[in-house]
Design a protein around this ligand. Sequence first.
Ligand SMILES: NC(=O)c1ccc[n+]([C@@H]2O[C@H](COP(=O)([O-])OP(=O)(O)OC[C@H]3O[C@@H](n4cnc5c(N)ncnc54)[C@H](OP(=O)(O)O)[C@@H]3O)[C@@H](O)[C@H]2O)c1
Length: 326
Amino acid sequence: MARDVVLVTGGNSGIGFECARQLARAGWHVLIASRNRQASAEAVDRIARDSGADAASELGLDLGSTAAVRQFVREIDARDVPLRALVCNAGLQVHKGPQLSPDGYELTFAVNHLGHFLLTNLLLARLVRNAPARIVIVASGVHDPKFRTGMPKPAVADLATLAATGGPRAGAFDGRLAYVNSKLCNLWFTYELIRRIEAAGLSREGRWVSVNAFEPGLVPGSGLARDYPPVLRFIWDRLLPGLARLLSPAVPSINPADKAGAALAKVALDPELDRTSGRYFPSHARWRAARSSDASYDQAQARALWDASVGFARLAPGESPLLTSA
Ligand SMILES: NC(=O)c1ccc[n+]([C@@H]2O[C@H](COP(=O)([O-])OP(=O)(O)OC[C@H]3O[C@@H](n4cnc5c(N)ncnc54)[C@H](OP(=O)(O)O)[C@@H]3O)[C@@H](O)[C@H]2O)c1
C-alpha cells in the first residue's frame, strides 16, 4: 500500500461511500470499514472502476463491539497501514429497541459514539506518527435544539443511564432520542479530543493533527432508515432523494448523498484546513465553519463523557497516547 490511507467507517453506503469515492479520486487509498463485507467489496469495486485497482480496500469492523474494534486495530497494526486520515462516519438509528451491544450498552450509543471513541484512541498513535493527519467526525444537525428537525431535543442526565438506554431515564427507550443524544456525544467527543491532543503536544508545527466535526444535512436515500416502518422507508428511499436533489441548491440543509459526501471529503482533504481544528462544518452554513449547539460547548460534560467512555471501553494505559498524558 504505497499511498496515504484514509479510513472511512461506514464507507460502503450513503454519505460514507460518496465521501470514499471522492477521496479516492483525490489520490488517497480508501480503506472502507463496515460490517457488511459483501456491500464493502461492491463499494471497493465501484471505486476501483472509477479510480484504479489500488484506490480502495475494505476490512470488517463492528463498532458496536469493543472486542471487534480492538481486533480491527490489531489487523491495521499487523498490516502497518500508513494511515493519515480517519473519517468517523458510520452511524445508525434504532427504532425497535432497546437493543444492546455485546458489551451491554444501548446500541446507538455504542456504535455512534463509543465505538468511534475507542477506534480513534487506538489509531491515534499511528495518525500522529504519519502527521499531518486529520480526524473528521460526522455529527448531525439534530443535536441542536435551535433547529426544527422533527426530532426530539437532546436529553442527557447521568452518563451511565445514557450508555444503558440512550436517554435520561432508566427503563425507558426512545430510538430517536438515543440518536439525537449520540450525535451530541459526537460533538462533545470532537471538542474534547482536540483539547487533549493539543494539551499532550501531539499536534505540532508542520505535523498538525486536526479534529473537526461535519454535518451533512438531511440526506434521504441512505441506509439510515433501514429500520423504519415500510411506508416511511419507501418515502425515504424512493421519493425524497429526487426532491433533495431538486431542493438542495436553494435549501442548504437538504442534500443528495453525493453532494454531502463530497463536502465531507473536502473537510478531510482541503489544504486550507491543515491547521483548523475544533470546528463544526454544517450544511446550513454550506459547510463553512459555524457554531454547533450551546450544549455542545459544555466542557465539563465533554470531560465527563470522555472519562466515562474510558471506563465503558476499558481503554487502558498504553492503548492511547492520551491516556498517559491526560
Ligand atoms: N442521512 C442523513 O440524513 C443524515 C443526517 C445527518 C447525519 N447523518 C450521519 O451520516 C452518517 C452516515 O449515515 P448515512 O445516512 O450515510 O447512512 P447509511 O447509508 O446507513 O450509512 C451508515 C454506515 O454505517 C455503517 N455501520 C452501521 N452500523 C455499524 C457498525 N456497528 N459498525 C460499523 N459500521 C456500521 C453501515 O455499514 P454496515 O451496515 O455494513 O456496517 C453504513 O456503511 C451517520 O453518522 C449519520 O448519523 C446522516
